[in-house]
Design a protein around this ligand. Structure first.
Ligand code: 4NP
Length: 164
């Protein structure tokens, strides 16, 4: 990463109302705490457009607010221009990854796509996706937030060390 450049991160799930807006907000919070707001921009999007314009699911907003996080994002669908506008595109599960891969306009664009599970550390090592909490109870939302906190910390660390 060039120190004078803004690094743009896009987090992607299916509906853009649970996992990816939470990932965006967690990453923004970590970036703010580290004094790096001038160096990064974060956004999120869904591979499914049916929730476009909606706020995040109230269950996710509630779970996040108990951790001091305010999710304000409004859902939008992924678009092909995202591959020009973002440096890294982080998918929550294999289905998101496959949809993104098919959307990518070039091999270089496809190289920007990663899975969040690549960045899991001690706690979630071996887990291979961020599970969809939409049809789950409260524990599902807490698990997603725990995974995203670990994944985002490690993702930022890898970017700062220029390992990704
Ligand atoms: P997300 O969760 O992909 O984490 O935002 C979902 C939200 C909505 C639906 C599925 C998953 N849905 O089927 O409407």
């Amino acid at each position: 990463m060039n120190s004078s450049k803004i690094t743009r991160l896009l987090f992607v799930c299916l509906g853009n109302i649970c996992r990816s807006p939470a990932a965006q907000t967690i990453m923004e919070s970590i970036i703010t705490k580290q004094g790096l707001t001038n160096a990064f921009e974060c956004d999120s999007a869904g591979t499914y457009a049916g929730h476009t314009g909606e706020k995040a699911d109230p269950r996710m907003r509630h779970a996040a607010s108990r951790r001091g996080l305010d999710i304000t994002h409004r859902a939008r669908a992924v678009r092909s221009g995202d591959f020009d506008n973002f440096d890294l595109i982080i998918a929550m599960d294999d289905s998101n990854y496959d949809r993104l891969y098919r959307l990518a306009p070039s091999i270089e664009a496809a190289d920007k796509i990663h899975r969040m599970c690549e960045f899991f550390g001690d706690r979630f090592a071996g887990r291979d996706y961020v599970p969809d909490p939409y049809y789950e109870g409260q524990e599902g939302f807490e698990l997603v937030l725990d995974m995203l906190e670990e994944g985002c910390e490690n993702l930022l660390g890898r970017i700062l060390k220029q390992e990704i």
